[in-house]
Design a protein around this ligand. Sequence first.
Ligand code: AMP
Length: 285
Amino acid sequence: MIKVFTTKKDFDHYRNALKSEKIGLVPTMGNLHKGHISLIEKSTVENDVTIVTIFVNPKQFGPNEDFDKYPRTLDEDLAKISAMALLISAQKEIAVFAPGSNEEIYPQGFSTTISVGPMTQKFEGSVRPTHFDGVTTVVYRLFTITRAHIAYFGQKDVQQCLIIKKMVKDLDIKIKIHIMPIVRNAEGLALSSRNQYLSESERAEALTLPQTLVKIEKLIRTKQDYKTFVSDVLKNDKRWDYLEILDSDNMEAPSAKTQELVIVAAFRSGTTRLLDNILVPVHAG
Ligand code: AMP
């Protein structure tokens, strides 16, 4: 049985009763798929108590974005978590904090914004300038509310992962950040709540994204000229917002110190913007 809390007051009461338990946090916006579930599963393996938060955070949506139409499926989400909770050890616990209103997270008069700085303005930030400030503000809030020891995030949102790690380092927050690999469907498309906005033909078109990344990965691994390939793709196909090969540590141009590359992209299929990336060790052969 999972425990579900919809008010901060009830959640605080539950949290205050926990003592030496090791606590994992999985922040989500709900509409859970196997990518989210992989994070929850990992947390249940590594912790005594897993707190899953389900909150569509208004602060991370721009004025013309999909906040209103973002899929809200709390009953189905709770059913999915309950089903997986049956499969874990009886010693482990899952609690869901699904705030019933925005005021549970941002009470009246809340005016603080956490901003990590320059990295929030490139790539995703160049099209969504206030997005990452919204993300770090809610994540910081969830860290302080849950007082978790480890938080789990998905590699799919690679820039978000780097920004959260930077916030944790700069503010010296006592929490570990674990990044989990991207979960894909059978055709290779990274699972995302936004995939359901795609029509059948857009879904087929969307496969260009993972297929192109895999092609670039092969060129890198076989030491062929990937740069010409990438510049041809970008020249001929306007559906790419960006497609770059970067140092995975900082999303900057690779240098002599680079240990691992990330092939990172944003691609538009119809009006839906999809993100994906692949990590490639520099000395991959
Ligand atoms: P969201 O609900 O979209 O905010 O995502 C919640 C968490 O799940 C974030 O840390 C995401 O990076 C992660 N996530 C989303 N999609 C995937 C995926 N396909 N595989 C693994 N993790 C994912």
